[in-house]
Design a protein around this ligand. Sequence first.
Ligand SMILES: [Zn+2]
Length: 430
Amino acid sequence: MRADETLLDAVFAKRDDIIQLTQELIQIPTLNPPGENYRAICDYLDQRLTKSGFTTQLIRAEGTPGDSDRYPRWNIIARREGAHAGDCVHFNAHTDVVAVGSGWTVDPFAGDLIDGKIYGRGACDMKGGLASAIIAAETFIQLHPAFHGAIEISGTADEESGGYGGVAYLAEQGFFDPTRVQHVIIPEPLNKDRVCLGHRGGWWAEIETYGEIAHGAMPFLGDCAVRHMGAVLEKFESDLFPAMAARRTDMPVVPEGARQSTMNINAIHGGQPEQDDDYTGLPAHCVPDSCRITIDRRFLVEEPLEQVRTEVTELLDTLTQTRPNFTYDLREINSVLPSMTARDAPIAATVAAQIENVMGREAAFVASPGTYDQKHIDRIGRLKNCIAYGPGILDLAHKPDEYIGVDDMLESAVVMAQSLAALLLTPKNT
Ligand SMILES: [Zn+2]
């Protein structure tokens, strides 16, 4: 199948529409934290998609982290039934954006159009992708109203803070049950010619070492918790980091450096609390009786979570046996399992084929170093046929002067619309 000229022309005729849609989405500042304007963006999407013949449901993820009457976690799911039985293709976009930060040269919530690019917080991550999905679905439905199956579009909260008030909640309610939805595309900004199959896992923990407080002039009367933590870090350097670096994955993770196990030490603190910068007093002299680090361990689909855990605890237990007075606590903060859709899964193969048709070159398969909402669709929803595909350059996400290219959005929308045609113009085939 070559690029369908009618579909392509129909999408490109909506240039003004996709620009306005993206600008209006950016103009609703859905900052997370704290989770502002979720209801407003759901109402906006509700109006738009109802007009396009979708049936909508607004769902508040009550009781999830951050949900309150001041900052309610609102989500929207819109569904449009076709004329015949068939598969359901679901586009899922998170509506939240991260903090603005400094260094902007444009208004982050104006959605300025400059030289074919729309600027703003969330332009590429991922309101541009959401706009592409909406234009793709609307155009496909206009040209093929008697399609098979159903199309769903969801706008969900809190992806940037773990997705518990968004996709995780909806998955728990059964919205991603494989009997209801068969294909999922998450239009994260992974570039218009790449199919993202999944992501690495993550394990976050706090480690605390203990000592005994004493006068700093007589440290031998106490026990320094920071030195104990130093021994932990030394062990990480000599044993853990080399072992992780030697482990390679079959996942096509980009950038290349993330194609192995990695660990970041996010934070370290020992001894007295740090004072504010404007504090002019001098510190008291004490041996620290506690030192804490936070670790951020990213792991591969080939590594079981249990192994990731025991690798660290065994190393700490070795120190308990070999280092006098060494005691520690390890508190797990959170964990996310890796997710990896097969290259020949129907949605991955379909979108890859349409990228080739539209762009005239082979699609690249990639995987993400960090996690996104696919984890919840996979683990809670038990739906394996899920990819991320959308316009935009991932490196721009969360940065100042974030933008999305209008042509990129349109080309992505053509790929999405053609994927709908490939999946929904014939009777159910999965
Ligand atoms: Zn995102």
